[in-house]
Design a protein around this ligand. Structure first.
Ligand code: MRU
Length: 352
């Protein structure tokens, strides 16, 4: 997407697009410290696993600039609670702890606090830039899986508003569109916060990609219509070592439906979303958000007062439903317990 920067380091501050105001208003926020950043992540002013990781890295870089310490021991002691505050904002996306660990290693290697402050800014910028590059590469790999002339179905928002670049699933969709392969994108509204209706629709319209919004519940109807869609393609918040995938609530339903209709189900994610320390999806922490997100919409109640609601933000799709995982290092298939670790045995720096 041309010109949209979901997040940016500028003049020792972080500038970010407030996604809670989209699609109606393009409002940018300027943040100066990690507490503002932690609040922005928690309130979903920015969201999407890779973008959360980038934001947390910038949050640490912001905080480090405010630390006044005479030596590294004091500096690191002050940095620790800051890292913990950022890490606790949203539990499911592993990109968050991945980025914070990378930043911590950089701080620990610094000779003095001033060097550490500068190195942390440089590392956050690197994490951001690497993610943009990973998006580019995985999009090219993924586009090869899309048959010419096809329509695809995607869920949630996985584009420039969720990453440091063109996106994961949406990056693949963009690449397929540029290659003239794509006829249409169906995108689900993604209840309850409507990332599909508000954000994906906004991104696709800006790119001029033909798109059709469906209610989450209409996916089965669409898949039953012969040849309506060639594949489902989604992003991920965490991929366990066995290939189980945590992603936006409703993803599991789509995967089961896709399997029933013999439609390929693809997951696109950078390798920073793969968590080899988590053996299966059962171990992935699932964020539960407030009941009010379901019982009210735009501050108007849609359920009787006192209605109890369960609001998991993510679900886990067992690996048997995942036709392939598309990363910047290539496309892997089942058995994932074998193919995912092989991605990390390749030479080179791990990309965000
Ligand atoms: O709750 P959100 O909006 O942060 O959830 C986002 C998703 O589930 C995305 O599909 C995932 O983070 C991948 S984004 C490239």
């Amino acid at each position: 997407m041309q010109g949209i920067k979901a997040i940016e380091w500028a003049n020792d501050r972080v500038r970010l697009l407030d996604q809670t105001r989209l699609p109606h208003q393009e409002v940018y926020l300027e943040l100066d410290d990690h507490l503002q950043m932690a609040a922005a992540i928690r309130e979903m002013r920015l969201r999407g696993a890779p973008l959360i990781g980038i934001a947390a890295a910038y949050g640490m870089a912001l905080a480090a600039r405010h630390i006044q310490a005479s030596n590294m021991q004091v500096f690191l002691a002050q940095l620790r609670p800051i890292t913990e505050a950022l890490a606790s904002t949203r539990p499911t996306a592993v990109n968050l702890s991945w980025a914070l660990e990378r930043m911590t290693l950089v701080a620990e290697a610094a000779a003095d606090p001033q060097v550490a402050q500068e190195a942390l800014v440089a590392e956050a910028l690197r994490i951001h830039q690497e993610n943009a590059e990973a998006n580019r590469r995985l999009s090219q790999h993924g586009a090869q899986l899309i048959p010419a002339g096809s329509a695809v179905l995607t869920h949630c928002n996985t584009g420039s508003l969720a990453t440091g670049g063109s996106g994961t699933a949406l990056g693949v969709i963009r690449a397929a569109w540029e290659q003239g392969k794509l006829s249409r994108v169906y995108h689900s509204e993604t209840r309850p916060l409507l990332q599909g209706a508000r954000l994906t629709a906004w991104e696709l319209a800006r790119d001029g990609i033909p798109a059709t919004l469906i209610a989450d519940d209409a996916a089965g109807f669409l898949m039953r219509r012969r040849d309506a869609i060639a594949c489902v393609i989604v992003g991920a918040d965490r991929i366990a070592a066995n290939g189980d995938v945590a992603n936006k609530i409703g993803t599991y339903t789509l995967a089961v439906l896709a399997s029933e209709h013999a439609i390929p189900f693809y997951v696109a994610a950078p390798t920073s979303t793969i968590d080899l320390n988590t053996t299966s999806g059962d171990q992935i922490p699932i964020e539960e958000r407030s009941a009010e997100e379901l019982t009210a919409f735009a501050d108007v109640a849609v359920a009787p007062a006192g209605t109890e609601a369960l609001n998991p933000a993510f679900d886990v799709t067992p690996h048997r439903y995942v036709s392939a995982i598309i990363t910047e290092r290539g496309v892997v298939r089942d058995p994932y317990a074998k193919s995912l670790p092989q991605l990390f045995q390749q030479e080179g720096v791990r990309h965000a």
